[in-house]
Each structure stands twice: as C-alpha cells, then as structure tokens.
Design a protein around this ligand. Structure first.
Ligand code: RUB
Length: 321
C-alpha cells in the first residue's frame, strides 16, 4: 500500500484489511462511500493527477482483500463510465471528471441498494416454507431476508461461531435484536448438525458469497464447503443469497486465489515452530449449490454468468493493473 494515501482512503483500507468492515456488500459500500468523501475533501485541481489518484484509490480499496469482486465490479462501472465519456473529458476540465465520478459512484451504491431490496422481495416468500434455517458467518444479505421472513412466519436460526474472528456473533446479535429465535453452535459441529435431525431438523442452508465464479461455483467464509457438502449428502437444499454482481468474470476457476490471513488470528502466543495456515474463504462447488437467491430471482448456478452479462454489460470492462 502506498504511504501517500489520503487519510480517508487509508482509514477505510485499514478497516477493510482488519475486517472491522466485513462482508462483501459492506466492503463495496465502504469503498464507494469513501471515494465520494475523498472527492469532497481532495484539493487536487489538476485533471491528470486527479485521474491517477482516483484509479489508485479505487484499486487500493477494491483489492484490499483478494476475494471482493463486488467492489471490483464497482471500479469497472466507474472506469467504464469514464471511458464512454472520453470525448467530453478531452477538455480535461476537473469539474467534469469529478461530477462524472461522483455520479457513477452514487449509481453503483444505488445498484447495491436496489439489489438488496430485490433480493428481499424474491427471498422472503421463497424461504417462507422453511422453519429451521442454518447459516454461517455474517452475511448482511442472508440476515436481511431472514429478519423480513421471520416477521411473517417465525423461524429458528442455527448460526455458527465462525472462527477465528467470530463474525457469527454479529449475525446472532442482529437476529436476537430483531426478535429472531437463534441458536449458536461451534463451527466443528456444523456438518453433523445438518446431518442429524435428532437435535433440530435443519430444513435449509442459507449462506452468503464473497465471490461467484463464471462456472457457477461460489466462494464464501471458510467452513462453507463442509456445510454445503453435508447438506448435499443429507438431501437438504443450500442457497447462496447474494447480489449477482459478486460474479468475477475473470476468475480462472483452476487458479482461484483465496485470502490467507495472519496466523495470529488463530493463536497469538503459538509455540515457536508451529505453522498455522489461516484461509479466510473456500470454494463451494456448484454441485452443492441448489440455487442463488439474487436480485433477478432464484437462479441455478449455470444461469449466473449470462444473467449478469445481460443486465450489467459493463461488467466485462477490463481493468489495467
Ligand atoms: C464474510 C462472509 C459473508 C460474505 C457475504 O466474511 O463470508 O458471507 O461476505 O456477505 P468476512 P454479504 O467477515 O471475512 O468479510 O451478504 O454481507 O455481502
């Protein structure tokens, strides 16, 4: 990370890196809200300098964590908009580029917000028949449809702790605050809990996504693979609840990059010589995914790519890095 970042960009970068801002949707929202604040605060008046700094800030925030394509797709949206207004920008007037970036960043935030309300619209009736829902980590998208649906017919939610950073506690706190009956289990109990109906028969698994691959596979918090695998073996559906713009058009499924985090998150005072590997996420193969609950309705894994390309054609805009 460059030492010369504007303080406001540096603060958000650190908050994303340290998972103080967590969840793919919140990371993308923070990225574009911060860019809007930067535009208001920066004293740059030179067109080319503004453009260079803008690109640097966008890339710094959107790639702070490697599995956040929703934020990266927002960068594509902003830069695509600049590219189609190239003639207008030829005069190199600073107010023009500032205005265009402000409008694009705001439009992208509106796309996210519309996606979230559409997901609620589709997802709430869809999950109505399910009484006992299993979730993992903290997905603001999953949480929002659970809370809405629970107001119509009561549910019981099984939430995992989500080690090592305990994001499951955010889910549990928010659900309890909204009056949703919530039970917490440790991560290592998850697979068997789904398999064994004797304690509580899980009806459905609902998890979020950080990244969707063009193949229809998805990436989510470590632990998600075992959960989806168990659900698959024991014939329980697994739905990924997510804005479709988490699709990363350019991920090569054979070379998926997964964020590896600091060993200290697992054990601060580990004995010398102990190696700790701490992946933040993992891949859920599409064969374990019953469907995606998206802003365009309930989609099968193979339908994602074409749907995203149809509704957001700019998503293929190539970023130079
Ligand atoms: C969060 C996580 C969430 C997805 C989806 O991981 O895996 O399931 O990001 O969240 P972390 P949302 O805590 O490491 O960011 O639905 O809010 O986009």
């Amino acid at each position: 990370m460059s030492q010369n970042l504007h303080p406001i960009i540096k603060q958000t970068y650190n908050d994303i890196k340290s998972v103080k801002i967590q969840g793919a949707t919140n990371v993308a929202i923070a990225t574009f809200e911060t860019i809007l604040k930067w535009i208001k605060q920066t004293d740059i008046i030179n067109f080319q300098r503004f453009l260079t700094e803008l690109k640097h800030n966008l890339i710094t925030l959107a790639f702070a964590r490697p599995n956040e394509p929703l934020a990266v797709n927002g960068v594509r949206y902003v830069l695509y908009n600049l590219s189609i207004h190239q003639t207008e920008l030829e005069s190199e007037k600073i107010f023009k580029i500032r205005k265009l970036v402000e409008e694009s960043a705001q439009e992208f935030l509106d796309i996210i917000s519309r996606s979230k309300s559409e997901i609620k619209k589709w997802g709430t009736p869809f999950i109505a028949p399910y009484k006992i829902i299993f979730t993992h980590c903290h997905s603001s998208t999953v949480e929002s449809i659970i809370i809405k649906s629970d107001q119509i017919n009561k549910k019981t939610i099984i939430a995992t702790e989500t080690r090592p950073l305990y994001q499951g506690r955010i889910t549990a706190r928010n659900l309890i605050k909204n009056g949703v009956d919530t039970i917490m289990i440790v991560d290592s109990a998850a697979a068997r809990f789904i398999a064994d109906d004797s304690i509580l028969p899980v009806d459905v698994v609902l998890i979020g996504a950080d990244e969707i691959l063009p193949t229809g596979d998805a990436i989510n918090k470590v632990g998600s693979f075992g959960i989806a695998l168990s659900a698959n073996v024991y014939n329980k559906p697994t739905y990924i609840v997510t804005p479709s713009l988490k699709l990363n058009m350019y991920t090569d499924p054979t070379q998926t990059r997964i964020e590896i985090r600091s060993p200290e998150e697992i054990w601060k005072t580990a004995p010398k010589g102990l190696k700790i590997i701490n992946p933040a996420f993992e891949l859920i193969p599409k064969k374990f995914i019953t469907g995606f609950i998206t802003e365009f309705g309930i989609l099968e894994p193979h339908e994602l790519k074409a749907t995203v390309k149809k509704h957001y054609p700019w998503v293929t805009y190539q970023l130079e890095q």
